[in-house]
Design a protein around this ligand. Structure first.
Ligand SMILES: [Zn+2]
Length: 524
């Protein structure tokens, strides 16, 4: 995620808002910034409040199966088995994901009406049991109309974000779960987020760390990647763009259904769709399909520049491959929405940029996330610096290889420019939330990005450029398509360099004070 602009709001107001995202940034304003121009680091702590003003919180939205919830199918679930847990075990978001299941694939079929901003549909999930459980959960905010498992209606309950399906699973058993749902996504909030970005004629589902529960039922955590196919039905005058490749578009009456499929598994929040009027361009570069889209609701004067920048996507991807190894996916692209998201997001294979926020630096950032964040996802959300620090570091690296400021100078200026009491040091990079509570504002705070990037450049200076390059490549190859934690990254860095880096990482990642200006801290 990269902020593209920010709005300062009174904290007393924030507590009464539901915001689509918060960025404790002040890090920088990427609007209009081009590669090669040094950026001063700003230190003010500001908050981006998003868009929707709704007091809705995760209320109970239903209980017991609706019309379709027929006879109980609990015959395979002896009461002696434990229930699958309502969370996958992330300390920051205890209800994210679920225990006892592994989603193999999602087949999403949603219909969206722009006038009433209402979404209805069904999703078919292939789910594998990972434990002997008496029931299991999925994460969904929209009201549920019915649940079927292997074609049989089953009982369910739905409270806020947790859909509990009362059907047992054996370890290794694979079932097909069909969930039908309908509602107005903008009415629902979870973990302080109210994620529905829509106007009268454009909609885009983009957010982090959560987005799926507003439009499809998911095991919503980076630890469960799955294949996904997205079919979106809208009035036929609208275009639909999503991840991966467009398979087909079928018109029926005044509506049309467009189906997209990503070839590689992805984390649920990285799935997205956008519907509206888009100028679309596509082609093949380096043997890889690319597709980019620019909203036609943007001012006429800005559209050509947005399209020109998006067409650089294959070129920037090729440069990233020289740094990081092969691009991890089979398609690439991007989309510029007219909706004021306030940030850009690294949706897998197709990052989405907000108006005014599309520039070369943001492209580098979001495309670097295809490796750091998408291919190698965080283990827990506390590891977010591995995504944001690396994507920010790649901005620096891009600059220094394109005639701009060196990353060494960026590190030195950032270090010298922040006094010991600066907000840059006020937090632990590898555990940004002060308590194990939902903390969307802290995981996307300025210091996670900036000190994360500084940590990587300092590490490069500490262990040398050759070992550093080997470290990044090994990290990305060994964990491709999976997850990685801070501890695992630290361990690999010590393995690759042959050095004891305990003191280095303690100073940069696990301390809330300014690291000493020493060679051991990579500052010599
Ligand atoms: Zn980012």
């Amino acid at each position: 995620m990269a902020p593209s602009f920010r709005v300062e709001v009174d904290q007393s107001i924030v507590s009464h808002l539901s915001y689509s995202t918060i960025d404790g940034g002040g890090r920088r304003d990427t609007v209009g910034y081009l590669a090669g121009v040094p950026r001063p680091r700003l230190s003010a702590a500001t908050v981006v409040a998003g868009l929707a003003l709704t007091l809705t919180v995760g209320l109970t939205v239903g209980w017991v199966g609706g019309a379709d919830a027929g006879p109980a199918a609990d015959r395979t679930s002896p009461s002696s088995r434990p229930a699958g847990s309502a969370g996958i075990g992330d300390p920051y978001f205890p209800h994210d994901g679920n225990g006892g299941i592994d989603v193999v694939s999602y087949d999403v079929h949603d219909r969206y009406g722009f006038q009433r901003r209402r979404l209805s549909g069904w999703t078919e999930l292939r789910i594998r049991g990972t434990a002997e459980i008496s029931r299991f959960n999925l994460d969904l905010l929209l009201p549920v109309r019915g649940v079927r498992v292997d074609g049989h209606a089953v009982r369910f309950s739905h409270r806020g974000h947790e859909l509990t399906i009362r059907r047992g699973l054996h370890r290794g058993e694979v079932v097909t779960v069909l969930v039908r749902y309908a509602g107005e996504p903008s009415r629902y909030s979870y973990a302080g987020e109210s994620n529905w970005l829509a106007s009268a004629d454009e909609v885009v589902s983009m957010n982090q760390p959560h987005m799926a529960p507003w439009w499809f039922p998911a095991n919503d955590h980076p630890l469960d990647k799955a294949r996904i196919r997205v079919s979106i039905t809208v009035p036929q005058q609208y275009d639909v763009v999503s991840n991966g490749r467009r398979l087909h578009r079928k018109a029926h009456g005044s509506w049309a259904t467009t189906t997209w499929r990503a070839d590689e598994p992805m984390v649920p929040y990285l799935a997205f769709f956008a519907a509206g009027h888009f100028q679309i361009d596509h082609g093949v570069s380096d043997g890889r399909r690319w597709l980019v889209a620019v909203s036609q609701a943007l001012p006429t004067a800005t559209r050509p520049e947005a399209m020109r920048l998006l067409r650089e996507t294959p070129i920037i991807t090729r440069w990233l491959e020289t740094q990081l190894g092969d691009y991890p996916f089979s398609t690439v692209g991007g989309l510029v929405t007219s909706l004021d998201a306030g940030f850009a997001l690294e949706n897998q294979t197709r990052p989405t940029y907000a108006p005014g926020g599309v520039n070369r630096t943001t492209l580098v950032h979001e495309l670097a996330h295809q490796w750091f964040g998408d291919s190698v996802a965080v283990h827990h959300w506390s590891d977010i610096w591995l995504n944001e620090g690396a994507a920010t570091f790649m901005e620096w690296r891009y600059d220094e290889t394109h005639g701009g400021t060196t990353a060494a100078r960026m590190l030195r200026e950032s270090y010298d420019g922040a006094d010991a009491d600066d907000a840059l040091w006020d937090g632990r990079v590898a555990s940004p939330c002060p308590s194990h509570r939902s903390c969307v504002d802290r995981i996307f705070a300025d210091f996670v990005y900036q000190r994360g990037a500084m940590t990587l450049q300092a590490l490069r200076q500490r262990i040398g450029g050759a070992d550093f390059a080997r470290l990044l490549r090994r990290w990305l190859v060994e964990r491709e398509g999976g997850n990685g934690s801070t501890a695992q990254f630290e361990s690999l860095a010590e393995k690759v360099s042959g050095e004891d880096l305990g003191g280095f990482f303690a100073a940069w990642l696990h301390s809330s004070s300014k690291p000493a200006d020493t060679a051991a801290n990579g500052l010599g």
